[in-house]
Design a binder for this molecule. Structure first.
Ligand SMILES: Nc1ncnc2c1ncn2[C@@H]1O[C@H](COP(=O)(O)OP(=O)(O)OP(=O)(O)O)[C@@H](O)[C@H]1O
Ligand SMILES: [Mg+2]
Length: 252
């Protein structure tokens, strides 16, 4: 279980995250939706402290972290328990697929090379890329690269997997293979927080949906409730706009 309490972040006097509190229980897939600039990426980036908020407590794995003030040891511990999948894959270009997945296991988890290799191969098998273990990222399609990104994150066995628009940089025909890998990881019980603009995917994979606007969670409910009976006018308007644009025949 992971809990966030009173997370706030400002930048140049602009509030980007406004007193966010949130609990994600084991096995939940929580999707964060909302307009561009709402603060979705910043929220994920604060959780594993790629960004430092002014205020906020994170409880994970029975430990409490003050996100505004972490010791080096706490930062390492936090990163061991969270793993991020980035929109732009962010693989090491000069390392092979296998080395990319092994890196965190050796550097962050301090596993032996042999153990890291076994674990990395196991994850690559799960995402269907074991045959590509010795390739370099450039030699793979975008979809394959993102599957490596997911394998790398899952190999860390994080308490929570953070995914920031994992398919939005992909050509449309490559989206499904990456979504399938994420769905499988969800079915296997991985706890996830997913930022996505793809509402059909969110409906399929999420157990709960948060609607974020101007740095505030204004709606938080089961996937079915949020999509079928959104409580907040802003959520209704957002979903209506989305479905008008992409699926004009859809009626809420
Ligand atoms: N490093 C930064 N420096 C200054 N402003 C930032 C920084 N990161 C984010 N912001 C601002 O914070 C707000 C939230 O940005 P964020 O990237 O979290 O939004 P988002 O919901 O992920 O949007 P999108 O859907 O476009 O990815 C925006 O107004 C953005 O301009
Ligand atoms: Mg974003």
């Amino acid at each position: 279980m992971i809990t966030i309490n009173h997370l706030s972040m400002t930048f140049h006097n602009t509030t980007i995250l406004d007193d966010i509190s949130l609990t994600v229980t084991k096995g939940e897939v929580v999707a964060i939706i909302g307009s561009s600039g709402a603060g979705k990426s910043t929220l994920l980036r604060c959780i594993n402290r790629l960004e430092r908020p002014e205020r906020g407590e994170l409880r994970i794995d029975g430990q409490s972290f003050d996100l505004a003030r972490l010791t080096q040891r706490q930062l390492v511990h936090l990163r061991q328990n969270t793993a991020m999948v980035f929109q732009q894959f962010s693989l090491f270009q000069r390392r092979t697929v296998l080395e990319n997945v092994m890196e965190g296991l050796m550097v962050v988890k301090k596993y032996s090379r042999e153990k890291a290799k076994q674990m990395a191969l196991e994850q690559l098998r799960k995402v269907g890329l074991i045959e590509r273990a010795d390739y370099y990222p450039k030699q793979l399609s975008g979809g394959q690269q993102q599957r490596v990104g997911i394998a790398r994150a899952l190999a860390m066995e994080p308490q929570v997997l953070l995914l920031d628009e994992p398919t939005s940089a992909l050509d449309p025909e490559l989206v499904a293979e990456v979504q399938d890998v994420i769905k499988r990881a969800a079915v296997e019980g991985n706890t996830m927080i997913l930022v996505s603009h793809e509402m059909d995917f969110v409906r399929q994979v999420a157990t709960r949906v948060l609607f974020l606007e101007k740095g505030k969670i204004i709606e938080n409910g089961s996937t079915q409730q949020v999509f079928e009976h959104p409580k907040h006018e802003r959520t209704k308007a957002f979903l209506a706009r989305y479905y008008q644009r992409y699926e004009p025949e859809y009626v809420i």
